[in-house]
Ligand binder design. Sequence first.
Ligand code: XMP
Length: 317
Amino acid sequence: DWTPASYVEQSVAELKEKIGDDSVVLGLSGGVDSSVAAMLLHRAIGDRLKCIFIDNGLLRKDEFEEVLVSYEGLGLNVKGVRANDEFLDELTDVSDPETKRKIIGRVFIEVFDKEAKQLDNIKWLGQGTIYPDVIESVSVHGPSVTIKSHHNVGGLPAKLNLQIVEPLRMLFKDEVRRVGAELGLPNYILSRHPFPGPGLAIRVLGAITREKVRLCQEADHIYINILKESGWYDKVWQAGAILLPVQSVGVMGDERTYEFTIALRSVNSVDGMTAEWSKLPHEILAQISSEIINKVKGINRVVYDISTKPPATIEWE
Ligand code: XMP
């Protein structure tokens, strides 16, 4: 019978055998998959697993600092790399979604490559690929698959001349979470919503500016915190705030305003392939809306996305 404990035991033995005395480099994204893959490899080879966690400037508010501290607390050998400017300089004023993805994939490889070259004796690239990624990369997703996530960047292994090790390749998401719990990962990491590799670049619709990324982060932070406080965070599959490239008229005191709109997206899903919009209570939506509009200067309107996938997608870009 499959149990998380037996999986860990067997997998650790196989990894030790396979990797021998070599070292492995792995890109952490803050997500469940790369975190569990890292813990498993760490159990097998200890500090010969070298992790790199890159801040691309498109993560959720405060996320880089918080997650980096958790990784360090778990005993992982991790280097946090702040590369906000490398990414944002290239993304500023770019509006086409696939161009955004291509730039992020390319810059990620450049930054990762530079860091990995400073490490000794690396023969392997660890990746948090899980079974649905294996299937999906041969089917539906279209061009975005090439950079489906941080830990699955197509050109990377060839560029670094490394062999690949993917300890979660046969697991479904719920099994990955159970293995992670077995390895002592905190719930804070295991219960996180999926988050796209290109991050807020595809949630700031249209042309990217640093200021728009900041607005999106502030609104998203309020949204996610209220979901957590109200107990809704764990009841939905994925949620996030999207900054629309639309300004509209509002009124504040005696003044007219002309500011941006935030769309709230929250979906229930089993695998992300189909999804329905979450039936969040009106009082919660009201609280989120007034807090965003009152606290985030530059946003004067909040709307809720009530579209199912298909035909709509979870992300707007
Ligand atoms: P869609 O928008 O296609 O999203 O319904 C399905 C799931 O995939 C995530 N997503 C991405 N993840 N790189 C990623 O790593 C991407 O380019 C990308 N596009 C969408 C999305 O957040 C959802 O979980």
